[in-house]
Design a protein around this ligand. Structure first.
Ligand code: VGL
Ligand code: ZN
Length: 194
């Protein structure tokens, strides 16, 4: 297996590893908990190299437009400051990780971590040129974030064992991976990182 050693200009982005997106949660991604060990491995590697780690949270106000009660597609999930919006207790995020809150406005959906969060400025300020991505869900927030990253000229490495799809329609996850590849994202596994 090829080794992949992250270096200067690389950062890790952990997307929405929150209780509501894990099995048993309000919008649980089937098998979503299989991303936890790979993400913890990636966190340990980036930490050991002294490289930046970012972690996003879906952080909706009560009555968010994406909720079914408001005519949106999703059950109520990740309401700010509720247990469902908290990071999984299994996630080993260091206190030095930069937290990003997204989709915080009641009338706007934002799947991408770049959506109205200041994330691009944070990356540029930190000299980041390539983001390694793990988290939930492959076919929504990971895909939307990868599109925005590539559009802005950032490299993307998708950690394939560290992402998992909702698959509202069968095949959505596979189609998302295919699109990300088409956009120039690279694929790797957490096991290759060191
Ligand atoms: C997400 C559905 C609704 C995600 C967020 O983080 O992928 N999916 N809100
Ligand atoms: Zn959401």
């Amino acid at each position: 297996m090829d080794k992949l050693i992250p270096g200067v200009g690389d950062a890790l982005l952990v997307v929405d590893v929150q209780n509501d997106f894990l099995p048993g949660g309000a919008l649980g991604v089937p098998d979503g908990d299989r991303v936890l060990a790979p993400i913890n491995k990636a966190i340990a590697v980036f930490l050991a190299h002294g490289l930046p780690i970012f972690a996003s949270r879906d952080w909706h106000p009560v009555g968010h437009c994406s909720f079914r009660e408001q005519g949106g597609p999703w059950p109520v999930h990740c309401v700010a400051d509720t247990p469902g919006a908290a990071f999984s207790s299994i996630l080993e995020l260091p206190s030095t990780a930069t937290l990003i809150y997204k989709a915080t406005r009641v009338d706007e959906e934002a799947y991408s971590v770049f959506g109205g969060t200041g994330f691009e400025g944070m990356l540029r300020h930190a000299g980041v040129r390539c983001i390694f991505i793990g988290g939930l869900a492959t076919d929504y927030c990971v895909l939307a974030t990868t599109r925005d990253a590539r559009m802005r000229g950032f490299g993307v490495v998708v950690l394939t064992d560290a992402v998992c799809a909702v698959n509202v329609q069968p095949g959505d996850g596979a189609r998302a991976l295919a699109e990300m590849k088409q956009l120039g994202a690279q694929f790797a596994t957490s096991a290759e990182l060191e």
